[in-house]
Design a protein around this ligand. Structure first.
Ligand SMILES: [Zn+2]
Length: 185
C-alpha cells in the first residue's frame, strides 16, 4: 500500500478524486479514479494514470472551446471502422496528428474542422440511407449537425423513428450543443 505523503499516518485508498490542473494557462478540474488518504483527505493519482489525467484536462479545454474531444474523434473514426492511418488519410491530416489527438494533444482548428467536415458528411450519407427523416436533415443543411438550427434539432429529436433516436439523435444533440458553445463570444 502507499502511505500518505502528506500526513504519513494512513494508507491511500482507491477513490474518485477531483484534481485541478492547467491547460494553456486556464484552470480546470477533472474527476477520475485516484487515491485518497482516509485520514487527512490528501488526494493523488498513480503515475501510470497521468496520461489519462492530461487527456481529461485537455478534453475540458476542448469542450470549453467547442473542439472535438479525444473521445469524439475516436468515436467518429470507429464509426467509419477505420484505423488511425486510414482515418488520417481520409481526413487528409498526418497520422501522428490523429494519434496525438486521440491521446489528448489538443488539435488545432484546421484539424478539428477537417475531421468534422469529413465525418459530418458521412453522417449525412448514413442518414439518407436510413430513411426520410434523416434525408430531410441532410437536405436542410448540407453539412450535418453543427449547422442545424435549434428548431431543426428539436424537430429531428421529436419526429425521428427509434433507429434515428437511438443512433443519431444523441450525436446530433451533442454536436449541436458543441457547435453552439462558441456563440455569442
Ligand atoms: Zn494523509
Amino acid at each position: 500500500m502507499n502511505k500518505c505523503i502528506q500526513c504519513g499516518q494512513a494508507d491511500l485508498v482507491p477513490k474518485i478524486v477531483q484534481l485541478d490542473g492547467q491547460v494553456r494557462g486556464e484552470h480546470y478540474t477533472v474527476e477520475m479514479l485516484g487515491l485518497e488518504c482516509p485520514r487527512c483527505g490528501y488526494q493523488t493519482i498513480e503515475g501510470p494514470t497521468m496520461p489519462e489525467y492530461r487527456r481529461l484536462l485537455a478534453d475540458s479545454y476542448r469542450a470549453t472551446y467547442g473542439l472535438l474531444t479525444s473521445e469524439d474523434i475516436r468515436a467518429r473514426r470507429k464509426r467509419l471502422r477505420m484505423n488511425q492511418r486510414e482515418f488520417a488519410k481520409y481526413v487528409n491530416v498526418g497520422e501522428a496528428t490523429i494519434k496525438r489527438a486521440e491521446m489528448g494533444k489538443i488539435q488545432d482548428r484546421h484539424t478539428d474542422e477537417a475531421i468534422r467536415r469529413r465525418t459530418d458528411l458521412v453522417l449525412s450519407a448514413t442518414a439518407s440511407r436510413i430513411g426520410r427523416t434523416e434525408a430531410i436533415v441532410t437536405s436542410t443543411n448540407g453539412f450535418g449537425a453543427p449547422f442545424l438550427g435549434p428548431d431543426v434539432t428539436h424537430w429531428t429529436l421529436g419526429c425521428a423513428g427509434p433507429a434515428l433516436r437511438h443512433n443519431i439523435a444523441p450525436y446530433l444533440a451533442s454536436q449541436f450543443v458543441a457547435s453552439t458553445r462558441g456563440w455569442g463570444k
